[in-house]
Design a protein around this ligand. Structure first.
Ligand SMILES: C[S@@+](CC[C@H](N)C(=O)[O-])C[C@H]1O[C@@H](n2cnc3c(N)ncnc32)[C@H](O)[C@@H]1O
Length: 209
């Protein structure tokens, strides 16, 4: 985060404070209640994955970035900062209008609004309708939708594109959906893939054909 400007650093610090408070609140809730109330929480990739994504994007000089699952905009800030650095742009997809509105105000506060386009609605429809080709995709919506999303954005990936999928290791109740996603990517034969134990576990795949 060394060369991030003050506005971006300040917005990230605000999220980190909120995350600390929410982690404590979530731990105090029975599991079923936490699941029922999941839309109240950031559910972010977390600082390690955020930093990793930003570094990977900068190194790869990715220009057209797709985020599937904006939530309240935490990962969006990390991706948008790299989009600005690379002279690129980020398209971010979220079904919940309230969350997208909050994320948009945070992106404006961070001074990154010129680099982000918010598309509110079902990600499957948005991917199907997208006319862009992508250099980088972050897959982080509800886990049963990873495979259907992957099948839709696959023909829209540029050569050497990266796809990063979150929650490959934790929480453990998503294990089946995570395995199904990882097997789908690997069986396609079109990617080099690695499972990295950062944050909740990410599958990092680069298109090779
Ligand atoms: C785990 S959160 C994303 C967290 C975010 N990437 C971050 O790190 O801050 C998953 C998000 O996907 C959204 N989502 C779930 N199903 C969706 C769908 N069909 N289309 C678009 N967004 C969806 C949820 O509303 C939720 O906000």
């Amino acid at each position: 985060m060394i060369d991030f400007d003050v506005k971006v650093q300040s917005v990230l610090s605000e999220y980190h404070e909120r995350l600390k408070a929410e982690t404590a609140r979530m731990k105090s809730l029975p599991i079923e209640e936490g699941v029922r109330r999941r839309d109240e929480f950031l559910l972010p990739v977390g600082p390690d994955v955020g930093r990793f994504l930003n570094t990977l994007l900068r190194g790869a000089e990715s220009k057209c970035i797709l985020e599937i699952g904006t939530s309240y905009g935490y990962s969006t800030v990390w991706l948008a900062e790299a989009a600005r650095k690379n002279g690129g742009r980020l398209i971010t997809l979220e079904i919940d209008g309230k969350k997208a509105k909050y994320a948009k105000s945070q992106i404006e506060k961070a001074g990154l609004e010129s680099f982000v386009e918010f598309r509110v609605g079902d990600a499957l429809t948005a991917i199907r309708d997208a006319s862009e080709r992508f250099d980088f995709v972050l897959l982080d919506l509800w886990k049963d939708l990873y495979v259907p999303c992957f099948q839709l954005f696959l023909p829209k990936l540029n050569a050497d594109a990266f796809v990063v999928a979150d929650n490959m290791i934790l929480p453990s109740n998503h294990h089946q959906a995570a395995t199904s996603y990882r097997m789908t990517v690997r069986k396609s034969g079109m990617f080099d893939s690695l499972l990295l134990p950062i944050g909740s576990g990410i599958e990092v795949s680069q298109k090779i054909t």
